[in-house]
Design a protein around this ligand. Structure first.
Ligand code: SAJ
Length: 396
C-alpha cells in the first residue's frame, strides 16, 4: 500500500526476488506510469529493474488491493500544523485491506510512525474483524534507506522487526529474509517504532551540534570546517557537517513524533529541531545583510546567485528543503531580477526561473552556496566576489 519513495523500490526489489507483488497507490498517474515501466521518482538504476519485473509479470500496480498473503503499509505519515503526527494515511490504507485479510496473513507497517501505532492498528483490525484475533500476524518494520542508494541499502541494510507477539515477529522475519541480506533484528513493535524515530532524531541532534558550532565560530572568527576536521582527529569525536538547515522528509520531521508525545522529556530533541530551523533563518538574514551592505557601498543593488534548491547534495528532491526556504525569504521584498536561482539537478521549476550554475556564478556579485552539489565544487574561488559558503564548498 503506497508506491512512493520507499513503497515502490520495496515492491520492485521484492518482485525481483521472486515474490508476486501488487503495488497499490491512490494516484492513478503513479499506477499508470508503474505499469508502463516508468519510474515516477528519481533513483539511480531502479527504472531498469522496474521494467524487468513489470515485463515478467511479477509486479503490477493497481488503484485497489487484491487478496494476498502479506500486506505492507508504506504510506506517508506527515505532521499536522502543530507538529502532531498524522497517521490517517496508515489508517486509511489499513481500512482498505481490512476486508481482504484472512487467517495466516501478515500485516506490516513500514511507514515512520509514532510509538503505539502498530498496537492501534491491531485494535482497529480486531475490532472490525474480531474473528481474526490471534489468527493473523502483525508487525512493524521501518525502512532505513538513503535516497540515491536505495537498491543497495534495501537489500544490505540491517532491519529492525517488531511484532505484536513472537509469532508475528517470526513471520515478518521470514518474509524479509527472502530479499534482505542484512541482519534482521527482532524486538517488539513499540521498540521498533521508537528505533526508527531515534535513528533520525540522533542524526538531527548531531547536525544541530555542528550548526550550533557554525554560529559560534562565525561570531568568534574561527573557520568551522577546519575546527571540526581538527576535533574529529580525536579517536572518539565524530562531528557532522554544518549546513543551511536540515531538510528532507525524514530527519526534519521524525523528531516531532517524539516531541509531540513526550514534550516534558524530549528536551534535547526539541532544541535540536529549533537550532536546525534557526540556522536557515540565520542564513537568510546573512544574505539580506550582505545585500544591504553591498548597496550602501556601491550605490546599486547586487546580483545574487542562490546556488542549490535541493535538500541535500546531488539529488533533485526539494521536499522540506532549507535552501528553497532561504531563497524564498531572500526574494521577499526585493527585485527578483537581481536574484539568480540555480539548481542543476532539475530542468524547470514552477515558481523559480532557473539559471545555469556557471552563468549565475559569473554574473553575480554575491554567491550564496546553499547545497553542496558536485558541480559547484568545480567553480574556482573568485576573490573579487562576496561568497557566503553555508555548505562548505570551499571550506574557507
Ligand atoms: N545534513 C547536514 N549535515 C550533515 C549531514 C546531513 O546538514 O553532516 C543535512 C542534509 O543536507 C539534509 C539533511 O541533513 O538537509 C538530511 O540528510 P541526510 O543525508 O542526513 O538524510 P536523509 O533525510 O536523506 O535520510 C535519512 C537517513 N537517516 C539516517 O541517516 C539516520 C536514512 O537512512 C533514512 O532511511 C531516511 O532518513 C528516512 O527515510 O527516514
Amino acid at each position: 500500500m503506497g508506491l512512493g519513495y520507499i513503497g515502490l523500490p520495496t515492491a520492485i526489489i521484492a518482485a525481483k526476488h521472486g515474490i508476486e507483488v501488487v503495488g497499490v497507490d491512490v494516484n492513478p498517474k503513479v499506477v499508470d506510469m508503474t505499469n508502463r515501466g516508468e519510474l515516477h521518482i528519481i533513483e539511480p538504476g531502479l527504472e531498469e529493474l522496474l521494467q524487468e519485473v513489470v515485463n515478467n509479470g511479477s509486479l503490477k500496480a493497481s488503484l485497489t488491493p487484491e487478496i494476498c498473503d502479506a500486506y505492507f503499509m508504506v504510506v506517508p505519515t506527515p505532521f499536522k500544523g502543530d507538529h502532531k503526527p498524522d497517521i490517517s494515511f496508515v489508517e486509511a490504507a489499513t481500512r482498505t485491506v481490512l476486508p481482504l485479510l484472512k487467517e495466516g496473513d501478515l500485516y506490516v507497517i513500514e511507514s515512520t510512525s509514532p510509538v503505539g501505532t502498530t498496537e492501534k492498528m491491531k485494535e482497529l483490525i480486531f475490532t472490525l474483524r474480531p474473528e481474526l484475533r490471534d489468527k493473523i500476524y502483525i508487525a512493524y518494520c521501518p525502512e532505513r534507506v538513503l535516497p540515491g542508494n536505495v537498491i543497495f541499502e534495501l537489500v544490505n541494510n540491517d532491519r529492525v522487526i517488531g511484532g505484536i507477539d513472537e509469532a508475528s515477529t517470526q513471520k515478518a522475519v521470514e518474509f524479509y529474509s527472502q530479499f534482505v541480506k542484512g541482519a534482521l533484528h527482532r524486538t517488539n513493535s513499540k521498540t521498533a517504532e521508537m528505533c526508527k524515530l531515534t535513528e533520525n532524531s540522533s542524526r538531527d541532534v548531531q547536525i544541530a551540534f555542528a550548526n550550533e558550532l557554525s554560529l559560534i565560530c562565525d561570531k568568534a572568527g574561527i573557520n568551522v570546517w577546519e575546527l571540526i576536521e581538527l576535533a574529529n582527529k580525536h579517536p572518539r569525536v565524530n562531528i557532522l557537517q554544518p549546513g543551511c538547515g536540515v531538510g528532507g522528509h525524514c530527519i526534519a520531521v521524525d523528531p516531532y513524533f517524539i516531541t509531540a508525545e513526550y514534550p516534558e522529556e524530549a528536551k534535547t530533541i526539541a532544541l535540536a529541531r529549533e537550532v536546525n530551523n534557526y540556522k536557515s533563518q540565520w542564513c537568510a538574514e546573512k544574505v539580506r545583510n550582505e545585500m544591504l551592505q553591498f548597496e550602501l557601498k556601491n550605490g546599486r543593488k547586487p546580483n545574487v546567485a542562490m546556488m542549490g534548491l535541493a535538500f541535500k547534495p546531488n539529488i533533485d528532491d526539494l521536499r522540506e528543503s532549507p535552501s528553497k526556504q532561504i531563497v524564498m525569504k531572500v526574494m521577499q521584498g526585493c527585485n527578483n531580477n537581481n536574484i539568480l536561482v540555480v539548481e542543476p539537478n532539475i530542468e524547470t521549476h514552477s515558481v523559480f526561473k532557473l539559471t545555469d550554475y556557471k552563468e549565475a556564478y559569473s554574473k553575480a556579485d554575491i554567491i550564496v552556496m546553499l547545497t553542496a552539489h558536485d558541480q559547484f565544487k568545480t567553480l574556482p574561488y573568485d576573490d573579487s566576489k562576496i561568497i557566503l559558503d553555508f555548505c562548505g564548498i570551499y571550506k574557507k
